[in-house]
Design a protein around this ligand. Structure first.
Ligand SMILES: Nc1ncnc2c1ncn2[C@@H]1O[C@H](COP(=O)(O)OP(=O)(O)OP(=O)(O)O)[C@@H](O)[C@H]1O
Length: 626
């Protein structure tokens, strides 16, 4: 029998293929099953134009058969089959896809979409097999042929016996070595799991013999093994079903089956888009945070299918970082796959899909916020931090998408409030959206800096997360209103009469404050009379872009940039302490120095900043006690 040679380039290409296109060996099964499914699809197309053929969906199947003794794995289909010419042209020429030509000649209808396009998938069989034998009989023909190849050595074709039309792809599985386990491709359970993973939604049944055990007839304790043929794939992808046919339980089951999470999702989003880009998607907002969510180990992404075949487990490009908590899958016919189907070309389609998905997620979250506040707050407690990171990232470029989704606890009843709610209940004379920062709501409530704004009856957002203030800065403002820290210089509130010092008093205290400022040189940039304090004697505020809270966050970072806020020590001139300061200024400078140091350290403590020299601080307290 004449042995035909692959062309030189083909030989190299095949070597390259086998060794480098695919990173995972197990996908050989996906490729062969996809080919089998394509072959059956082609029957469907042929039946459309050939009156002698009837396409009865139920009579077509794909069978995976294991023979452990002979180390063979057979993938059998009842599709169109190949004649001698096809075997030569389609399997003898690498990168020639009979399926692609077929697809081009037959426009896709009714969701019968052919998968093959590159003409290389078949050769992935050589990743696990020493010898590949193809026995095929075309549906329109009487003769069967056998194609045999050991890979790079070329192939032979001869006449063969086969009753039914269709194709058997018989792989002689390589022997296992110390490094490589090939036996797994002869293991029923392993094969089933590979089929489930990649080919669950192939629309023809994928059948396999299943070994189980049962009680022997007539016996109460003796078991026997038996085999029966069962279907491995679930065939109908739920995302192709009509939304009205599906119940909330169906979605929840899908979420659990797919192992997106072990919790109950807060919401599902089922998309069937057939506009500029055609795709289906089922997305979920998880009900609780995955344990590794806020760690580097967490990988975002959606499962990506092309025509029901899994292409990628986690396609990161489909989700922006701020929606990285979303789980689910996308299936599209219009993707430009690369040859291994492992990575996608960064194409327009994918971008369109991800833009589309982003706006769907946003509108669904807004819907949840409106219709089911409790669930939204539950969601927000888990993933709000990620949304705020999103607002802050890329210099606020995504604020339009996210600003209506963020919330903060506010001084009004310590409830969550959105920016929209805050602004809509602002009294007319309130210029700014006020916020205060601190480690917890309880601590913020006690901050002296909040006194004046709170006295005025203005609502204050309580910022307890280290990202919060950065996010607000990135947003700049909301609906024409700018954000204002209660610790910032100008609060935009006219002080009441009782706070105003007369010009003489102000002149008098200026000398005192200048003196104190000198004592605190390098620590604060100014000491001044406070306009915001009511009952407390002292507080720190900041001037300029960097607030004290931001200083804390920035300095806690690993590469500690040592950024300092421009701090101002504010003294409540209505407080009795101020009278003592004045007294000491006139009669006892040493005492004033002591008071200045004490007040400064108290202000630091209130802010949650470390006292630079705690021993000296306690000594100072002792000094005033004796
Ligand atoms: N089971 C089969 N029945 C009928 N024809 C087949 C079968 N398997 C492969 N072929 C033919 O061989 C060709 C080459 O198959 P191969 O898997 O290499 O490429 P493909 O499926 O066209 O593209 P891709 O690389 O994208 O999978 C197919 O296009 C098809 O014409």
């Amino acid at each position: 029998m004449e042995k035909k040679q692959f062309q030189a380039e083909s030989k190299r290409l095949l070597e390259m293929m086998i060794n480098s296109i695919y990173t995972q060996r197990e996908i050989f099964l996906r490729e062969l099953i996809s080919n089998a499914s394509d072959a059956i699809d082609k029957m469907y197309y042929k039946a459309l134009t050939d009156d002698d053929l009837v396409f009865d969906q139920d009579s077509y199947y794909i069978k995976v058969i294991v023979n452990k003794e002979q180390r063979t794995l057979t993938i059998r289909d009842t599709g169109v089959g190949m004649n001698r010419e096809d075997l030569e042209n389609h399997l003898g020429v690498i990168a020639k896809s009979g399926s692609l030509s077929f697809k081009e000649a037959n426009q896709s209808k009714d969701g019968h979409d052919i998968i093959g396009q590159f003409g290389v998938g078949f050769y992935s069989a050589f990743m696990v097999a020493d010898v590949v034998t193809v026995i095929s009989k075309p549906v329109q023909g009487t003769e069967a042929y056998k194609w045999v190849s050991t890979g790079t050595e070329g192939y032979t074709i001869e006449a063969a016996e086969k009753e039914e039309p269709g194709t058997d792809i018989i792989l002689t599985i390589k022997p296992s070595t110390d490094e490589d386990n090939y036996d797994e491709y002869l293991d029923e359970y392993r094969l089933r799991s590979i089929i489930k993973k990649y080919s669950d939604f192939i629309r023809y049944p994928i059948l396999m013999e299943q070994t189980s055990s049962r009680l022997k007839e007539g016996s109460e304790d003796e078991y026997e093994e038996y085999t029966e043929e069962t279907r491995v794939n679930s065939m109908v992808p739920i995302w192709r079903k009509n939304k009205s046919e599906l119940t909330p339980e169906d979605y929840e089951n899908f979420y659990t089956e797919k192992r997106y999470g072990y919790d109950k999702p807060v919401k599902h989003i089922h998309i069937s888009a057939d506009g500029a880009v055609v795709y289906q998607a089922i997305l979920f907002i998880p009900g609780s945070i995955p344990f590794d969510y806020y760690t580097k180990e967490y990988e975002k992404g959606l499962e990506l299918y092309s025509n029901g075949v899994l292409i990628m487990n986690k396609c990161a490009d489909l989700l922006p970082d701020y929606f990285s908590f979303v789980k689910g899958m996308v299936d599209s016919e219009s993707l430009s796959l690369n040859i291994s189907r492992e990575m996608l070309q960064h194409d327009r389609q994918l971008k369109l899909i991800s833009k589309n998905i982003e706006s769907k997620i946003k509108s669904q979250l807004l819907g949840l916020l409106k219709e089911d506040r409790e669930s939204y707050e539950q969601f927000y407690k888990s993933f709000g931090r990620q949304l705020k990171f999103g607002v802050y990232s890329d210099y606020g470029a995504h604020k339009e998408v996210l600003q209506d989704l963020v919330m903060f606890v506010s001084s009004q009843g310590k409830q969550w409030v959105t920016l929209d709610e805050y602004v809509s209940r602002m009294p007319e004379d309130q210029k700014y959206i006020y916020y205060a920062t601190g480690a917890s709501v309880e601590r913020i409530e006690k901050l002296p800096q909040t006194e004046m704004v709170a006295d005025k009856g203005f609502e204050i957002l309580y910022l307890t997360d280290d990202i919060d203030e950065f996010a607000l800065k990135a947003m700049n403002g909301y609906k024409d209103k700018t954000f204002k820290s209660v610790s910032s210089g100008d609060l935009g509130i006219e002080p009441g009469d009782e706070q105003e010092q007369t010009p003489e008093e102000a002149e008098e205290s200026k000398e005192l404050f200048d003196y104190m400022n000198e004592q605190l040189s390098g620590k604060v940039s100014k000491v001044k009379a406070s306009k915001r304090l009511r009952s407390h004697p002292v507080c720190l505020s900041s001037e300029g872009e960097v607030s004290i809270e931001m200083e804390k966050v920035l300095n806690a970072m690993p590469d500690n940039p040592n950024i300092q806020a421009d701090k101002v020590l504010e003294i409540n001139v209505q407080h009795e302490v101020f009278a003592s300061l004045k007294q000491a200024f006139e009669h006892d400078k040493e005492k004033l120095n002591l008071y200045t140091a004490l007040l400064y350290n108290q202000a630091l403590l209130i802010e949650g900043l470390p006292v630079q020299d705690p021993v000296e601080f306690t000594n100072d307290i002792c000094k005033i006690m004796v």
